[in-house]
Design a protein around this ligand. Sequence first.
Ligand code: PHB
Length: 392
Amino acid sequence: MRKKQQEKACRAVLAVVIGVLVPLGAAQAAEKVKVGLMLPYTGTYAALGNAITNGFKQHVAEQGGTLGGREVEYFVVDDESDPSKATENASKLVKRDQVDVLVGTVHSGVALAMAKVARDTKTLLIIPNAGADELTGPLCAPNIFRSSFTNWQPAYAMGNVAAERGHKNAVTLTWKYAAGEQAVAGFKEAFEKAGGKVAKELYLPFPNVEFQPFLTEIANLKPDAVFVFFAGGGAAKFVKDYDAAGLKKSIPLYGSGFLTDGTLDAMGGSGESLLTTLHYADGLSHAKDASFRTGYATSYKMQPDVYAVQGYDAAQLLRSGLEGVKGGKLDQAAMIKAMEAAKIDSPRGAFTMSKAHNPVQDIYLRKVEGRDNKLVGIAEKALADPARGCKM
Ligand code: PHB
């Protein structure tokens, strides 16, 4: 009799243990978040893709390998900054790997294709660089967020800076694709509103770096300022060529800050004293910037740049979303709501999301001093992209 009672009690305890364990096990399986990193790891933007990845993983590591209490599983694709491969690459991550969130990319043309896949499949997309104005303009959508900037933002700020510095007549030069064209449009909008004139817009195909004929044309046109959008390996080559052609001494060169972010080592001294505008700088006094830089240097044995910041903030934004989910199952609507309300404690300074899901942020004026883009001041305070065409 006693033995029977003991057995019964044992069975009851076992049932309770199993009852607890089974639901816990089920919750744990649902807790994972599958992240599809679609970034350039080869080509002229390779260093940018790596910096974004490093920044993203740095924040996840700070959170003990989790985000919002969920284990992070990565699926990684090299998009080569090639728009013609973008739809297939993004579809693979969504359909084959079944990622919960796409994180990418650097190149505006590739990001535009990713946004279409995200829209069609209702997958969450966080853009950690690509500035295509459309992404948070006419193509804005509840499931599309950006942790970086629009092409308009830093370029518009530079249009005002150039005008304030007394320039009247500018020539622009960039790669002929969304990022370059929209940066030029942003610069021109502010510069011409302030009384300047863009006399000529020069373009070359992405990612060409045969700058010589354009430098000759600029020398002939003799504008009193030049504005450019270049980034990555191409930016370093351009600044070196501009200097070697003797133009740096005679015609001031300005750019969105991508020109000199993460590229100064490759330029030698050619970038010295250039002025650029961007949502990040060396010499900011935010506590978050100090801890971020120390962590980054310790993990990766190099200094971070704006791309690393954008990757880090993409992870912070995703964490905010996941923290808004109650229960084990990923609830996209709850995530979106939490991401819209997030205040991101960024190394660049805290920022919030606009209604179109783009950072509202300070744009800094910076000056190259040695290996630094030294903070000069705030060019535009809490600048929001106008989000033209966004109906949300
Ligand atoms: C872009 O294609 O949107 C782009 C690429 C590199 C940058 C900035 C913007 O540094």
